[in-house]
Design a protein around this ligand. Sequence first.
Ligand code: ZN
Ligand code: ZN
Length: 688
Amino acid sequence: MTRSITALWAACVTLAAIAGAEELRLKTRTIDPAKESSPGLELRAAGMNPRSLTGSRWHWLIQVNSSDLSAWEQRGATILASVPVNGYIISAPDTMNWQDLDYKYRAPIQATDKISPQVLSAELIVGDEIASSLAIVRFHKDVAPWEADGILDAEGVRGIRNASLETEDRLIEVAPAQMHALAAWDEVEYVFPAPQGMKDGEPFLVCGGVLSGAYEVAMLAASYGEGWDGPGRGRASISYSFGNLGTRTDVIQTKAEFRRALEQWARAAAVTFTETTARSAARNIDLMFATGDHGDPFPFTSGTSVLAHSFYPAPPNPEPIAGDIHVNDAWSWSIGGQWDVFSVVLHELGHSLGIGHTDTPGSVMYPYYQKATELKQPDIDSIRQIYAAPDTTAPLALSITIANPGEGARVTTPTVNVSGSITGGGSGMRVEYTNASASASGACLINSVFTTYSCAAVPVTNGANTIRVEAKLDAVTASAERTISREAPGDVLIAVTSPVTATTTTTASQIQATGTASHPGGIASVTWVTSKGKSGSATGLETWQATVPLETGVNAITFTVTSRTGIQSSRTISIERTAATAPAPPPDPTGDKTPPRMTIQQPIGNFIITTASKLTFRGTATDNIGVQQVTWTNSAGMQSGTAQANQSAGATNWSFDVSIAVGFNAIQVRAWDTSGNSTLYTTTVRRY
Ligand SMILES: [Zn+2]
Ligand SMILES: [Zn+2]
């Protein structure tokens, strides 16, 4: 098989990059090839060859000048893993011809470089006592399972079963001396501590380090590359974006989990993340769930144990794939389940930022991991090797405001969109709305830089609604409230209670109209306009009165109620004003100019307040010649009539009943003598 050389570098998987002289970075030490020229050859010359079960091929650490490794493969070498910078672990046949191959360094991997510093520190703790500790022996990828088992047998070590173990890994529980003996075998790549739960058979998530046809970063290698900040421990600002987020979980939840993971790393190192929709932008981490072939050289083949993979930063990776994370959608991802979205993206993000695997069981960046809640100290130590500590400037206090709808807004729609701005927001923030009036709540969308939000289609119920939005970031909650009203147009009711009939004829020059209006949100105004060009405002709101002037002819009067929401409703009545029908005075042969005298017996007063719907007016009239009749009008309801009258002791006793409308009633009583002279009495009755 011939491997094609591409310029892609994936987490746990990497291809070569071209660079100048660089150190080889192991977890145990840094090798400067310039100072340590080909020590492996000297070791071998001194008879210090490592042990090998077959002796047919040997594993070497090389550093090369060119990323083109085809010459090595043509000589029979297999490229197994990469070691930064420009280093590889290769498997070479014992008979391979090394002549003319272009390399800066080659040596067998020393046994002391194959034992994790974490194991060594454990050894110090146990002191002189012969104690056992749990460890994983990782064999080189070209070592067959029978060889691995054979080497354990040769050392008298029993492998412990765990279903999560990769084929090249063996779980053992041995004394430190036995670890050193195992590390002396050529077939062994690295020995590192194992989590206790692995011995107990607990399942683990395994970082996708078994991609075929590509190069893993060797477990013995230290964190990879320089990170997005370039050489040294600096700051980096990068973006992130979302592609297809899979079929298993809610998209909004998956995004929230990813942002939560970003927040963890942003707190550990001086890296700032900004969301973007530009998935192919440079310096962007794109999260995508996929199955099978998905556009890079590492398809998620069916049956693979790979959960996810991610690409190291640029350099060494080319854009736009640098930093990207691909999650295998074939697994049963969930929020908080065994295949937990947060845990996998938290781990893969470490690789996206440029760090490799730690040797500390229980840390997020350990190659076997379980459900994670946060980064552990070894993860933080690891990221701090390539980035500065996060900025310690105090963040802005979290606050949120509602821009729309405005306070007191009136709507007629069943939902409203709520939006506004945020200060002091950041990655991991959530914004939610509640409208207790409508028993509604939900999540709002936040823009990529955490400064604005929008809550679409917040349900509102009829009447008052208090909408609350809350921004939550870490343990801090900021909130804002808006009270708005929802009104339906039909909710505005108007009735004209007087005149009672919508079409009335009168001789009066004005009418008193009364009515009622109602609306859940309240009434703002009642106005009237006539077809004769007059207009005005009524007094009162829920009960209203209006004095409307009348022109001769038909007056169409339209009363309009406006709710505080601005919703209007109208009623129109029609009043025909005719010429006065008061009795024509008889011809006066006497030249009498003296009008009758009139007294009112009840009700007394020219402004009467009552709740009664009918009043009886009673009084007397006298005249020097003779009282002809007593007439009356009530402006409310266009009533008019002639009082009953009877003569008694030289006076005319009169009375009439008048219907009193709610509101103002202008009552006029007029006594006429036979010469046509009259006396007017006026009173106003207000009925409640
Ligand atoms: Zn990993
Ligand atoms: Zn991929």
